[in-house]
Design a protein around this ligand. Sequence first.
Ligand SMILES: [Fe+2]
Length: 176
Amino acid sequence: MVISINIIALRLLDGLIALKEKTLSMVLSCRMFTMNYPLLIEHIIREAKLYRKYLHMLEENGTVGIESMREIECFWNRIMMEHAMFIRGLLDPAEAELIQSADKFAEDYSALLKSCQTAQDKALTAESRAETLKFRDFKTAGTKGIESCKIRSLILPLLADHVLREANHFIRILDR
Ligand SMILES: [Fe+2]
């Protein structure tokens, strides 16, 4: 039963990734226009590929292999950095304070990502965790502000919820 669900999920993921890759290539060659940033399309492809990798591992070994914590941390620090950039780019230009905070988070995560990539096998869990707790609070406040119509932006409530859920997911991984 679980196996057949995984197989269906893998087939759907392959289709989703192919569709997003085609969309990205058409957008980048100006044969298509969408209101989504190309980086957002790349971001979704990155996340879908990670999910596909885990499903493959489950299908082949019955378990998800443990990658090095450093790799996982690098992956999620990049995802968090991109979230900060999307939030920044989708806020109304009048939301100066929020834009500043989002820029600061993007900068912090960019630094964390750099040290993560050069840290050999050492993970930087404590720093990533502290930053992500702050970012989670920022996203929580942002989601509430968007839902209650107090923040000016082009951010869909569902996107706000997505970025918040992923911050919680990253914190859960770092707490393990
Ligand atoms: Fe995401």
